[in-house]
Design a protein. Structure first.
Length: 203
């Protein structure tokens, strides 16, 4: 399965990563956020929230960022990038369901045919899981980092700082991969996603 080729850019980049509960973007401490953005000289913000961007645009958080002239970008894997893999998953899920139905209707599940069918079902389940893990834990983080670098590259300054706000349950899955990918590209990453750091940044 193809992976993205991510290359370092010739800038000094610092990424601040903070997590927030799913619906908490409506309840930000905007004073603390303003102070953080000003103190850290944040150039832009990236968002990994499972929300409609139009809904987010109406939030006080979005309005505050607009007032501060801070652009924000929702980052995610584009649909076309996972199209062929997702299609494979759909097809394998359909086949898996058909085989499970056939297996459940068998009278002699311990027969050679029954055991072979059960092995095929298990193999398909593992393949589906592997592909889903690849999308969520490898491909998606790489696309997020790719988008971050593209935004960074569009800024004329040689020193760029940005804040990545991520939904808490999403962070548990992919924050480690995103930060690892960034660090491999010589980006300084400051995480406020761990318990012992969270007191340092409370929006």
């Amino acid at each position: 399965m193809e992976v993205l080729e991510l290359k370092p850019i010739k800038k000094r980049v610092c990424a601040y990563v903070a997590k927030k509960n799913k619906d908490d973007f409506h309840e930000f401490d905007l004073v603390a956020l303003r102070e953080f953005i000003t103190k850290k000289k944040v150039d832009f913000i990236t968002l990994d929230f499972n929300v409609d961007l139009k809904e987010f645009n109406d939030s006080e958080l979005a309005k505050t960022l607009t007032q501060m002239n801070i652009k924000y970008f929702q980052v995610d894997i584009p649909e076309y990038a996972m199209g062929y893999i997702y299609q494979e998953i759909v097809e394998k899920n359909e086949l898996h369901a058909d085989l499970c139905e056939e297996y459940e209707s068998m009278i002699d599940k311990d027969s050679l045919k029954g055991e072979s069918l059960k092995n095929w079902i298990d193999m398909l389940r593992d393949e589906i899981q592997d592909k889903e893990n690849f999308i969520s834990l490898t491909l998606r983080p790489q696309w997020i980092v790719k988008k971050m670098l593209e935004i960074t590259q569009s800024i004329s300054s040689e020193e760029v700082s940005f804040l990545h706000l991520v939904q808490a349950d999403i962070c548990e899955d992919i924050c480690a991969q995103v930060t690892d990918n960034l660090r491999e590209l010589d980006v300084k990453v400051v995480q406020y996603t761990k318990k012992h750091n969270i007191i340092n940044i409370e929006f």
